[in-house]
Design a protein around this ligand. Structure first.
Ligand code: COA
Ligand code: AMP
Length: 629
């Protein structure tokens, strides 16, 4: 069937389409129907079915006689380690870990925070929670104690599973001290923690609260899979919104399994047994969907890569891993390719490896610039597919569905909407705009299975953030257009979220930190264009009257403050002191205009600007740090 037929089949009978896709999942009790819309505009899928994620990701492959197949390949250039784990080993390890968690009181519905680097134990911790019906919330290692504490207070975990340390090129990330700091800061205290001790740094364990990963499994009864309702939360994943308070995206169990499994063949074009590699981190949605759950549910081999695109040890690492482990589909962020391209523009490292196993490459997480796509196509000689999605959706909204039909690539577009998504471009008043015109990108409700049904403990915020602006639609927060062939183009965010090296960050959150500095009276953070990372945050500081401080000192202090409060992942390194911020007459800071100035782009003088002369001051300040040329 051609893409347009599959899409039309979904559109004319979504119920049939998703019930059909649901057959690929092992249900403890089959759902009677797909969509439950009695609480519209809140929707649920497969709600009366019972199912277990870990069974579908692990045990069923063992039962089907594929226990010896490799489930996980761990490849860690930063520790010079490689290891494989078969499906049967994975089942045994996860059952034992789940049994130990249960022996300490973790049951269905309890939350467990996971704070771990890219090691197989991170996936095992996720799967052990899924086995019990416990709800995990993985926190990315690049976040500092304060961010972890915010998540502890929101999710209220019974337990936290962490590693003693992580390894970044040139430094050890002290996970355990960061965790101790977070528990001290948080109001809610977990009952206990489980620490995976790594040999690179062994952490101090607090008697009675911290348990050793191996030790606490001694003598426990392995746990079986606990069936849960299909609308039971599989996990919570916090993502950046417009404020410093992150949004807890809830992932529903049943729809998640059905949708991810469907994408593995139809979008990523792999069959069970094939090796699939997403070079991301379990702390992000890509890691949840395509390092852990998607490949394992579909019976693929997944790769846990602990390294960077460059410098571990060189710009050939990606190609070595692909060639050595026989990777068929590879998924990464455009920024990673830009980093490789910068070091190896002519692809000398590419030539060193036999990449005949590689059939297709996928890019997501940020806008894929045409230069990068063309470079990758030329170097690798396979389709390079841009696809667009969000933490909220958990899987692609638009992409080139290679497993159905290879659509012609249009540079600058992540191709066409996937079945399940009725993508529309709306004007401010919520009316569809003509083909080819820019507007807010919205998705007609209901969203498909696997997408967020709500935000954790924040249903009102969910409605307000996503459903209220355009009644009957989900507001994506992205702006763009659809062309005459139905291809979607993603141009910019409509809110203050920025994307730095494929990492989604809140400028509002950074502003809250800057405002906390005793000498800062007022501030703004914007995302400026960066050749490598896509965007970089830049801070503008107005100091308190009478703050007779050396500006460079204050800048140094706020840079340190953001690193301490949010974490190194914020990549906040640039700030300038200015006398005033450009505002509208009603007092709104003109961030969009500041971005245009920084990027050296033409801009229209905002009609409502209070004092146009301030824009020249902003330009001069930006020039001192190398922007606004
Ligand atoms: N734990 C702790 N710190 C981390 C971390 C982690 N898991 N991941 C990143 N950091 C730190 C980095 O060490 C860096 O710290 P520094 O300021 O001391 O140098 C900081 O956070 C910023 O990291 P990043 O923005 O990633 O920049 P980088 O210079 O380390 O690397 C790239 C640049 C392009 C190589 C890198 O960003 C990259 O590989 N990006 C791919 C992004 C990706 O896969 N995104 C997932 C979405 S699909
Ligand atoms: P995250 O929730 O971290 O996955 O970030 C989601 C946001 O990243 C989207 O709302 C977009 O702004 C951006 N994004 C993700 N994929 C793409 C893409 N292929 N093209 C353009 N922007 C993208």
């Amino acid at each position: 069937m051609a893409y347009k037929d599959v899409y039309a089949a979904w559109k004319s009978d979504p119920e049939g389409f998703w019930m059909d896709a649901a057959q690929a999942i092992d249900w403890d009790k089959k759902p009677s129907k797909a969509l439950f819309d009695e609480n519209a505009p809140l929707y649920e899928w497969f709600k009366d079915g019972m199912v277990n994620t870990c069974w579908n990701a692990v045990d069923r492959h063992v039962e089907a006689g594929r226990g010896e197949q490799t489930a996980i390949i761990y490849d860690s250039p930063v520790t010079h380690t490689k290891r494989t784990i078969s499906y049967v080993e994975l089942r045994n390890r996860v059952a034992s870990l789940a049994g130990a968690l249960r022996a300490k009181g973790v049951e269905k519905g309890d939350r467990v925070i996971i704070y771990m680097p890219m090691i197989p134990e991170a996936l095992e911790a996720m799967l052990a929670c899924a086995r019990l019906g416990a709800v995990h919330s993985v926190v990315f290692g690049g976040f500092a104690s304060n961010e972890l504490a915010v998540r502890i207070d929101d999710a209220k975990p019974k337990a936290i599973i962490a590693a003693s340390c992580g390894i970044e090129p040139g430094r050890v990330v002290h996970y355990k001290p960061l965790l101790d700091g977070a528990i001290e800061l948080s109001q809610h205290k977990p009952d206990f923690t489980v620490i995976f001790q790594r040999e690179q740094e062994v952490a101090h364990l607090e008697e009675g609260r911290d348990f050793n990963w191996h030790g606490f499994q001694y003598g426990v009864e392995p746990a079986d899979c606990v069936p849960v309702e299909a609308d039971h939360p599989a996990y919570i994943l916090y993502t950046s919104g417009t404020t410093g308070q992150p949004k807890g995206v809830v992932r529903p169990t049943g729809g998640h399994l059905v949708a991810l499994n469907w994408t593995m063949k139809n979008l990523y074009n792999v069959d069970p047994g094939d090796v699939f590699w997403a070079a991301s981190d379990v702390g992000w949605v890509v890691g949840h969907s395509y390092i852990t759950y998607g490949p394992l549910v579909h019976g693929n081999t997944t790769i846990v890569f602990e390294g960077k695109p460059v410098g571990t040890p060189d710009a050939g690492t990606f190609w070595r891993v692909i060639s050595e482990h026989n990777v068929k589909s590879f998924f990464t962020a455009p920024t990673a390719f830009r980093a490789v391209k910068r070091e190896d523009p002519t692809g000398e490292y590419v030539k060193k490896y036999d990449l005949s196993c590689l059939k297709q490459v996928y890019l997501a997480g940020e806008r894929a610039d045409p230069d990068t796509i063309v470079w990758a196509q030329d170097q690798l000689g396979v389709p390079v597919i841009d696809h667009w999605w969000q933490t909220e959706t958990g899987w692609a909204i638009a992409g080139n569905p290679l497993g159905i039909e290879e659509m012609p690539v249009k540079l600058g577009s992540p191709s066409v909407p996937l079945p399940g998504y009725d993508v529309q471009i709306l004007d401010e008043g919520g009316h569809p705009v003509p083909t080819g015109e820019l507007g807010a990108i919205a998705i007609k409700l209901p969203l498909p299975p696997g997408t967020l049904p709500t935000l954790w403990n924040a249903e009102d915020r969910f409605k307000k953030s996503y459903l209220e602006h355009f009644p009957g639609y989900y507001e994506t927060g992205d702006a763009g257009m659809i062309d005459e062939d139905g291809y979607v183009y993603i141009m910019a965010r409509t809110d203050d979220v920025i994307n730095v090296a494929g990492h989604r960050l809140s400028t509002g959150g950074m502003e809250e930190v800057l405002a906390g500095h005793p000498d800062v009276a007022e501030c703004a953070v914007i995302g400026v264009t960066d050749q490598l990372k896509g965007q970089m945050p830049v801070g503008f500081l107005c100091l308190n009257a009478g703050a007779d401080r050396d500006h460079a000192e204050v800048v140094k202090e706020v840079v340190k403050l953001v690193r301490e409060k949010i974490g190194p992942v914020a990549a906040f390194k640039l700030a300038v002191v200015v006398d005033r911020l450009p505002k509208t007459r009603s007092g709104k800071i003109l961030r969009g205009t500041m971005v245009s100035i920084a990027d050296g782009k033409e801009y229209k003088m905002p009609a409502t600007i209070d004092d146009p002369a301030i824009l020249d001051e902003i330009k001069e300040a930006l020039q001192t740090i190398g922007y606004a040329k």
